[in-house]
Design a protein around this ligand. Sequence first.
Ligand SMILES: [Zn+2]
Length: 200
Amino acid sequence: MSRKLTNVEKDKIYWGTLALMLPPEGIKKRYPTEEGSRARLSEVRWPDGPQCPRCSGADVKQIQKRDEFACRRCRKQFSLTSGTPLHGTRISLLWWLRGAERIIEDQYSSPIGWNMTVQTFAKFLGVSYRSGFKARHRLLNDMRDGGPGFFRSLVCTEKVNLPDHVIPNSTDHLKWLFQVQTERVNERFEAEKQNRASVE
Ligand SMILES: [Zn+2]
């Protein structure tokens, strides 16, 4: 018989599942440029091509820069980021994606009360303490269980298939996640070792 999970364990399952949905090679390798990150945003936001945020029209022309558009029906001008949580932020999309990955991995792997500090996160993003604080809050609030999940949908590119014999939200589920994560960390470590060996 499987016992009931504590809230902390349920939380670990939630974040651990998101961690498994991250690109296995890491966000930095999957989306190494701002351009690549924007292409990802575009494919998630507009899977059928750019759409007007005002009238939902799809008859849209590109203006000037590549990710600015004008609606031919209602004349509204908009950009790839307008109307998203990225609007008006000074942090580039590239770093938002890296930040989202970092938060997910930290939420999953840190023991209770040992999450990375705002200082560490701000340093990682290369921004001030204040901006780091705001970015962390924005990411956590978006990606938490039941949150809107805008950033989650950008960085969680993979599907996770729980094996049939594992009961969802059980202690076995937790064990399974831990095992798969460990394998993944080892794989990455091996890949890096081989990479280094081939450079030397
Ligand atoms: Zn329109």
